[in-house]
Design a protein around this ligand. Structure first.
Ligand code: ATP
Length: 388
């Protein structure tokens, strides 16, 4: 097993804009690290540089105690699991798993011992004589991992392994991969554009945008303390609401009313030179509630406002309500840019709030909505940085 240290990694294709721009990430021994970001952010390029399928323009790639920049892929002792698993359809499960050992000229007795040990770990021992065509998607994935295990690889690398599967199978495979990684404890780097995979699988998650590392943190930190507007908008579904916010000390005026933020947050704002002015507030849909359903003990830590709800989606255990608003010109440009970065829907025209399923709010209602003012983030419109 091995740790990976990527130090100031840069990748340029030709003279173009760097596909990976000065990225430094340390993956601990046994850690499950996710590289996530929208299409073109450089995550596959970074993975391919770990594997050795792509030259590194500058920086150091250290695996274990070796600098591997100039080592051929076969000398790095890594195992890559691809999207389609790359199994041989005419070979049995046994021979598919044995394949890398046969290539390396390993003797039959050792091959047998390793294949049987790996298939036991993966609960494939009853299927060794079957062909991939007769296996479920989950079993195929395990065969692909078995092939990686018999090689005693130091690191597992996954490039969007679930993106071809339907939603149900994707969910099953996700838990399967999580379980196996935990059991095997092998250092793993996993590329995805899917924030659910990132949040559920990763011990830590590296969020990339246009080749630049935006934040490297645990899923919980990314969710609760996003470092900038991009991460805040990328993580969470439905996404965080972004609203213009006029700040004066601990008073924050939002399109639907004024809220009082906790004094520690106001102090952070003042320390960063933003005691007053127009900022962008970020509030997750679940930080709102139907005011009539808020527990009395909690009520005082939030603010209540009246809002005209134009669409309601009832999902049983929760309800999404949509409230239109107009963003003033001061922040329109930043929000438009954010929409482009996130490839997302309009963030300037409506508030999405997630109410308890018990809420009786209906379309067209002038509803009393409560917002938890302890949970409001405030971002610098110029830099996108989270100031709170
Ligand atoms: P996707 O999820 O769409 O695969 P990604 O985040 O994995 O995207 P990369 O495939 O790493 O992104 O691409 C990063 C940038 O580098 C993109 O702008 C892409 O067009 C460019 N790029 C990738 N491969 C090459 C190549 N072989 N030659 C030139 N440019 C490339």
């Amino acid at each position: 097993m091995a740790a990976i240290s990527m130090r100031n990694i840069v990748k340029k294709y030709g003279d173009g804009f760097p596909a990976v721009n000065d990225v430094s990430i340390d993956v601990a021994d046994g850690e499950f690290m996710i590289l996530v970001g929208p299409s073109g952010c450089g995550k596959s390029t970074l993975l391919r540089m770990i594997v050795g399928l792509e030259d590194i323009t500058s920086g150091d790639m250290i695996i274990g105690d070796r600098r591997v920049n100039d080592l051929a892929p076969r000398d790095r002792n890594l195992a890559m699991v691809f999207q389609n698993y790359a199994l041989y359809p005419h070979l049995t499960v046994y021979e598919n798993i044995a394949f890398p050992l046969r290539l390396a000229g390993v003797d039959n007795a050792t091959v047998d011992q390793k294949v049987r040990a790996a298939s036991k770990t993966l609960e494939l021992d009853e299927h060794l004589q079957r062909k991939p065509g007769n296996l479920s998607g989950g079993q195929r994935q395990r065969v692909a991992m078995g092939r990686a295990i018999v090689r005693d690889a130091d690191v597992f690398l996954f490039d969007e392994p679930l993106s071809n599967l339907d939603a149900k199978l994707r969910g099953q495979m996700r838990t399967e991969i999580a379980r196996l990684q935990k059991r095997l404890g092998i250092t793993t780097v996993y590329v995805t554009h899917d924030q659910t995979e990132a949040m559920t699988l990763g011990h830590r998650v590296a969020v990339l945008k246009r080749g630049v590392l935006q934040q490297l943190a645990t899923p919980r930190e990314l969710y609760e303390q996003p470092g900038n507007l991009f991460v805040a908008g990328f993580i969470g579904s439905p996404p965080m609401n972004f609203l213009p916010a006029t700040v004066d000390g601990d008073q924050v005026q939002l399109p639907f009313g004024t809220v009082k933020i906790p004094s520690e947050r106001a102090r952070l704002l003042a320390d960063s030179g933003h005691r007053e002015g127009v900022l962008i507030a970020g509030i997750r849909p679940e930080y709102f509630e139907d005011a009539s359903l808020v527990e009395p003990a909690k009520y005082g830590s939030g603010s209540t406002f009246d809002a005209k709800v134009d669409v309601v989606e009832w999902l049983g255990n929760e309800t999404y309500a949509y409230i239109p608003f107009e963003a003033p010109p001061e922040v329109t440009e930043q929000l438009e840019q954010l929409e482009r970065d996130l490839d997302g829907d309009s963030m300037r025209t409506q508030l999405v709030i997630n109410l308890d399923g018990a809420s009786k709010v209906e379309e067209g209602d002038q509803a009393k909505i409560w917002v938890d003012s302890r949970k409001i983030h405030l971002f610098d419109p110029a830099t996108g940085r989270n100031l709170t």
